[in-house]
Design a protein around this ligand. Structure first.
Ligand code: HH2
Length: 398
């Protein structure tokens, strides 16, 4: 070949570090040469002022790069390749005081961040959460839900809708009888049970998919766990009813802990965060620990950052942009963006016309390692995930 005609055609290809997260060309379950090199940055907070420069020196001595700026607020950011973080799990030195605990916590967070698959034991079956997120279909047996209030308030309609969603590809059906839309009034437990009873009775016996119950009340949870519900989806994140964690522990159900600030009635009254991702992570961590103290098995907990629950549009966007930070808690993530008002604010569309906007969030969630998406329009999510799967398949190493 004439050297003048030769072109080496050099390109940064998908599958190298630049494209590491999206593609798996050089990876397999057993062999992952790039993981060890993967650059990772970890932020920690609440570092005691008197120790921060000692800790920073200890990390530097182990080859980490430190970002000095955030230290004023007790924060520290350290960066290095994945393998270097793994080595922190082996730190044994007791000096400087407290460094060992910090090093172990950091190593744990990094190891958790890259967990790709979870097995979550539900009461009657195992939920396998892998590369493709599971689809949780929404069934509101309420007169007043923000997007579908009253559509399925009659038991027959609700039951038929649940079967239809499973036929369309829903992996789980989430039934709720109390709207948590902003400004909604609380519903008494008796009324919630009255609305749910005929629906759950039929579905627990017949639906060929796990059943989730969206409730904040332990009494309601208990009533329907006895009937065969597999998951409790507590939108208040154990805040509303102090007995909820204990009931979930005793009955051995899966527990979804959702982040909500305030109550549905108050949550949209001037919510404010300095760093929404860090604050939601911290709060979910505390609630996870509360659940564990009550006896809930860690392997049964799913975490949800609570899109729209006491958050401004920019907070929801920040959370979605930084969804992967929550993965450091080591539990699968669920998100629910379906038809929510921030999508209306971004697109100018009414709740019934937010399907395309919702689907964009489903695709994003899948690419960010979310393990479950809660949607009203199941078919849209199924189609979006099929397309992503087909693209991903082209790059997968068996
Ligand atoms: N969103 C809603 C209800 N439950 N549960 C979890 N885990 N995550 C969510 O984002 C979530 C949820 C709100 O949506 P919807 O059920 O459609 O409305 P309403 O509360 O008005 O019934």
């Amino acid at each position: 070949m004439d050297p003048a005609e030769r072109t080496y055609n050099p390109r940064v290809v998908a599958g190298t570090l630049a494209g590491f997260e999206g593609f798996s060309r050089f990876r397999s379950a057993l062999f992952d040469p790039l993981r060890s090199l993967l650059p990772v940055a970890v932020e920690v907070e609440a570092v005691p002022a008197e120790f921060s420069s000692l800790y920073a020196d200890s990390f530097r001595a182990r080859g980490f790069v430190l970002d000095e700026r955030p230290q004023e607020r007790g924060r520290m950011v350290l960066a290095g390749p994945f393998d270097q973080f793994s080595l922190l799990a082996g730190v044994e030195e007791e000096s400087p005081a407290g460094f060992k605990e910090l090093a172990h916590a950091v190593a744990h967070a990094v190891a958790c961040r890259f967990i790709e698959e979870f097995e979550v034991p539900a009461r009657r079956r195992m939920l396998r959460l892998g590369r493709r997120p599971l689809i949780m279909g929404v069934l509101n047996v309420t007169p007043d839900s923000f997007s579908d209030g009253g559509w399925f308030a009659q038991p027959d309609e609700a039951i038929a809708r649940a079967f239809q969603m499973v036929e369309e590809g829903a992996d789980i059906v989430d039934v709720g009888a109390e709207s948590t839309r902003p400004g909604a009034a609380a519903v008494e437990a008796e009324e919630e049970i009255r609305r749910l009873l005929p629906v759950i009775k039929a579905l627990a016996e017949q639906l060929p998919a796990p059943l989730s119950l969206d409730t904040r009340k332990s009494r309601v949870a208990e009533r329907f766990l006895d009937m065969g519900v597999d998951l409790i989806n507590d939108t208040s994140g154990l805040e509303f009813d102090a007995r909820m964690a204990e009931v979930a522990a005793r009955r051995g159900c899966v527990l979804v802990i959702n982040h909500m600030r305030g109550t549905p009635r108050t949550m949209q009254q001037a919510p404010r965060y300095d760093d929404v991702s860090a604050e939601v992570c911290r709060s979910l961590r505390e609630r996870l620990e509360r659940a564990l103290r009550a006896g809930v098995l860690e392997e049964r907990v799913i975490l949800d950052p609570g899109i729209g629950f006491g958050k401004r549009v920019e907070d929801n966007l920040d959370l979605l942009a930084r969804l992967e930070e929550i993965r450091s808690l080591g539990r699968p993530i669920l998100i629910g963006c379906s038809r929510k008002s921030f999508l209306g604010e971004l697109t100018g569309r009414a709740s019934g016309e937010r399907r395309a906007a919702t689907t964009a969030t489903t695709a994003l969630a899948a690419l960010r390692g979310v393990k479950m998406v809660r949607v009203h329009d199941v078919r849209d999510a199924v189609d979006a995930l099929k397309v992503l799967d087909a693209i991903d398949e082209r790059h997968r190493v068996a």
